[in-house]
Design a protein around this ligand. Structure first.
Ligand code: NDP
Length: 374
């Protein structure tokens, strides 16, 4: 039997500016005219690759923000996009001239869509220029870099938020709600997988350690690690992992193209999962509680998640009906609200650091072949 539920309440809270704020990131609201609702938060998109251009379209359609500038190493591409957006020529920057954004009052914040190894250097420059930073995943190429970045953002009194769009999924939040309220009994285990068949050419930045930080775990495994942490509600205490390598996909630089993991969250809760550039598309998480099996599949597309809950006595399958939500506009609006009010985001830079701590423990576990504490 199939039962349908409509869960609008959970959806309206997600990214709609209704999150409880945990604490202020700087103890101050943006002092310029941003507290005027009519003044949209101006964002510079940095890096106009595949994802930068995807994000650009979402940003331009999001009320309360506007594309204020483009930063690119490809002037022709940037000029063409600027023309479409109606941006003046002086709203284009290249990487060498990036620091000049300090004098540009149209820019309140940057969204960094650069290769991972450039996240920390450009986030530091943006913070030094007095701008807020929304940074693509992972937050940096190491936990040490991420810690330094968090401290730097605090010193500069500017917001640093990881662009963890999946947090703004109504389905992910509904899954968390059911687990955390023990709606189906206590949590037992999590199984999360994300992967696809990688077909980028061998000279892509994703296969260069200095630009990528890591292999498939850093690229897409971050999503599965996030889901495990968010569902468990904490960071695992110890981890174990096994990885494999392919020379055509960063293997020579020690970058994995498949990694299977085991996370121990304590109190009898474990998570298994994988990240892969080897197999066909997989994007799912299955959560076992004492009384239910909750399956999110696909789990973390930008839009189009599906949640199914299998229950016993009587045996049945529920499909909570949540209105489809495009995560990026919700993420941008939450970021803008935090910039305006000085409140701490519901998903903050510490989450980005937590994932990198788990990533590094997993790499250490691959090397040691045993359990590694996080
Ligand atoms: P692309 O390779 O498509 O684009 C990266 C862009 O960065 C380039 O086009 C270039 O832009 C700029 N760039 C600057 N310096 C370099 C360099 N040395 N080598 C290569 N590119 C450089 O990558 P993606 O857009 O897929 O990824 C960018 C970021 O977005 C990464 O952090 C990735 O993890 C993240 N991402 C997030 C996703 C999500 O769903 N949240 C999905 C996909 C990626 P230009 O030509 O304008 O200078």
């Amino acid at each position: 039997m199939r039962r349908r539920e409509v869960l609008l309440a959970a959806c309206t809270a997600v990214g709609a500016g209704l999150w409880p704020t945990r604490r202020s990131w700087a103890g101050q609201a943006e002092s310029r005219d941003l507290d005027t609702p009519a003044r949209p938060v101006g964002v510079a998109i940095v890096g106009l690759g595949g994802y930068g251009r995807f994000a650009l379209e979402r940003l331009r359609a999001t009320p309360g923000l506007r594309v204020a500038a483009l930063v690119s190493g490809d002037h022709g591409k940037a000029s063409g996009l600027a023309r479409d957006l109606g941006l003046p020529p002086d709203a284009l920057y290249d990487y060498d001239g990036f620091d000049r954004i300090a004098a540009d009052d149209r820019i309140d914040a940057v969204h960094l869509c650069l290769p991972v190894g450039l996240h920390a250097p450009f986030a530091t420059r943006a913070l030094d220029a007095g701008k807020h930073v929304l940074c693509e995943k992972p937050l940096a190429s190491s936990a040490e870099e991420a810690s330094a970045l968090i401290a730097h953002a605090e010193r500069r009194g500017r917001l640093l938020m990881p662009a963890y769009r999946a947090w703004f999924s109504a389905h992910v939040q509904e899954l968390r709600r059911r687990v955390h309220t023990q709606a189906h009994g206590s949590l037992v285990a999590i199984d999360a997988h994300k992967g696809f068949r990688m077909e980028l050419p061998a000279d892509n930045w994703r296969f260069r350690r200095n630009l990528a930080g890591g292999g498939c775990l850093c690229d897409i495994g971050i999503y599965s690690l996030q889901l495990c942490r968010w569902v468990a509600g904490r960071v695992p205490t110890r981890v174990m992992a096994s990885a494999s390598y392919d020379d055509a996909r960063g293997g020579r630089e020690g970058l994995e193209d498949h990694l299977a993991f085991l996370l121990d969250f304590g109190a009898g809760v474990t998570a298994t999962g994988s990240a892969s550039w080897r197999h066909r598309l997989q994007n799912r998480v299955q959560v076992a509680t004492r009384e239910a099996s909750l399956r999110l599949d696909p789990a973390t597309p930008a839009i189009g998640e599906q949640l199914e809950v299998a229950l016993d006595a009587p045996a049945r399958l529920e499909t909570p009906l949540l209105p489809p939500r495009d995560q990026l506009p919700a993420m941008y609006q939450h970021f803008a609200q935090c910039v305006r009010t000085g409140s701490r985001p519901s998903i903050d830079a510490q989450d980005g650091l937590d994932d990198l701590r788990v990533v590094e423990a997993l790499y250490a576990a691959v090397r040691s072949g045993g359990w590694v504490e996080v």
